[in-house]
Write a protein that binds this ligand. Structure first.
Ligand code: SF4
Ligand code: SF4
Length: 449
């Protein structure tokens, strides 16, 4: 990837300093400081490109204080490509090594280069964590206070550790599944489903539900059992070389010309996956495939709406509360990278509205970041905590029993907040769930009925 100095200067020039993005930027809202705003950050980037400023530690800290939520891009009338600026700036920070320390370098190598580039190793680590959780060792260490011996950051994060599922995606989904009843066209639509890495370990049921709803809509579904990470974690954290390598591996595994669509069900991953064309534009061996990939990459809700998905005839029936006269009240939290990054906003709502017995109730600031933002809740716990509480307040105020969201990071951030919260305002929701899980349940209920 090019540096700020080498990148297309017109991208750096797009900002016309109007300030329309400022009220939508969470970090600017928190501090009211210009340098913590999109406009301020773009000015810093441009100063570096112009050679007026070096990549310093302060610049690096500013780039990592930014959530990368892309709310500024939705507000911007000039169409500023903040995603490209942000990823280029973070890559510059890593190249310059201004934030380097032995501890940080070791964590980055372990996470970005070791675990998240080897899907089998990641699953092995997931299985160890699962054993730790189901064997009672986790409970024992919490009860006896052993967790207090963990180093500071790990001790803080331990209560938020996600519950690892007993079965991962390859144990729930066959490599090829065909619909029982073919709908419409003579040949069923052929789609590929991306199972993700975090999603595979903690939300494999969402992957299963994704396959179920595609089958119910007449698609033939291909889900390779071992899939590489999409590379979004790497791209957002300045490791462009690994992001490019992982994109090539995806393209080696999935031939985009062989499918009608490639389906992602995680907002953060999808936002990155859509831009493989840009990421590999300079790679003569992969650029054509990457362009086809980007053309076919769809979020699951977007694809369902595009093909005119079948409305279920029965209520979903498994949410364990009914809190309106119309049935279960559900509210929708928008993943930043689904709404701002992919511009998929109304389709998940259309899925929710199509389910009999569910009443969609909107929450305030639905498009605001919940503080998860990749690993932001680990690196910037104070701002992430503030955003989490702000989000929970709005969600509770709706009185909804169910919170729907379509990104694993948001899902965990909200579920952890609810588990640790006071429930002071409004009702305490009982479930956080992906919209396709509710749709899959409704299709299942039809068969039972
Ligand atoms: S990505 Fe989010 S936090 Fe960063 S400048 Fe844009 S709105 Fe602000
Ligand atoms: S809205 Fe766009 S053009 Fe206006 S200040 Fe923000 S980034 Fe610049």
């Amino acid at each position: 990837m090019k540096t700020l100095k080498e990148m297309d200067y017109s991208v750096l020039q797009q900002c016309m300093h109007c300030g329309m993005c400022l009220p939508t930027c969470p970090t600017y809202t928190e501090t009211q400081e210009e340098r913590n705003s999109p406009r301020g950050r773009i000015s810093l980037m441009r100063a570096i490109a112009d050679g007026e400023l070096d990549v310093t530690k302060a610049f690096g800290e500013e780039m990592y204080y930014c959530l990368g939520c892309l709310a500024c891009t939705s507000a911007c009338p000039a169409g500023v490509n903040y995603a490209e600026l942000f990823e280029t700036a973070r890559a510059d920070v890593e190249k310059a090594g201004v934030l380097a320390s032995p501890k940080r370098d070791a964590i980055r190598w372990f996470a970005l280069r070791l675990i998240f580039t080897r899907p089998r190793l990641l699953r092995f680590v997931g299985r160890l964590l699962w054993l730790w959780q189901v064997s009672g060792l986790q409970r024992f260490s919490r009860r006896t206070g052993l967790v207090k011996l963990l180093p500071g950051n790990l001790r803080r994060l331990e209560p938020q550790a996600p519950v690892i599922q007993a079965k991962f995606s390859h144990q729930l989904i066959a490599p090829v599944e065909r619909p029982k009843i073919e709908i419409g066209a003579a040949n069923p639509r052929r789609v590929a489903v991306l199972t993700g890495c975090v999603q595979d370990l903690i939300f494999a049921d969402i992957n299963r539900a994704t396959v179920d709803v595609l089958l119910a809509n007449g698609c033939e579904v291909h889900t390779p059992p071992v899939q590489p990470c999409c590379g979004s974690l790497h791209a957002h954290n300045g490791d462009t070389a690994s992001a490019e390598e992982l994109a090539r591996r995806q393209l080696d595994l999935f031939d985009p010309f062989a499918f009608d669509a490639i389906i992602s069900n995680a907002g953060g991953c999808g936002s990155h996956l859509r831009h493989y064309d840009h990421l590999l534009a300079g790679d003569a061996n992969y650029s054509a495939r990457a362009a086809e990939w980007s053309r076919k990459l769809k979020d699951i809700s977007e694809y369902l709406v595009e093909i005119g998905f079948r409305k279920p005839a029965a209520p979903e029936g498994e949410a364990n509360v009914r809190n309106t006269n119309n049935g279960v009240a559900v509210t929708y939290h928008e993943s930043c990278h689904l709404c701002h990054g992919q511009k998929v906003s109304k389709q998940p709502r259309e899925v929710l509205k199509a389910i009999p017995g569910m009443a969609l109730t909107e929450c305030a600031e639905a498009t605001w970041c919940c503080g998860s933002a990749g690993i932001y809740n680990i690196t910037q716990p104070d701002t992430a905590g503030w955003l989490q509480q702000r989000k929970l307040g709005h969600l509770r105020a709706t009185g909804a029993a169910v919170i729907a969201t379509a990104n694993p990071g948001c899902h965990l951030q909200i579920a952890n907040g609810l588990a640790g919260g006071t429930g002071a305002v409004g009702a305490t929701p009982t479930e956080v769930v992906h919209p396709v899980v509710l749709l899959a349940r409704a299709y299942r209920a039809e068969q039972k009925g």
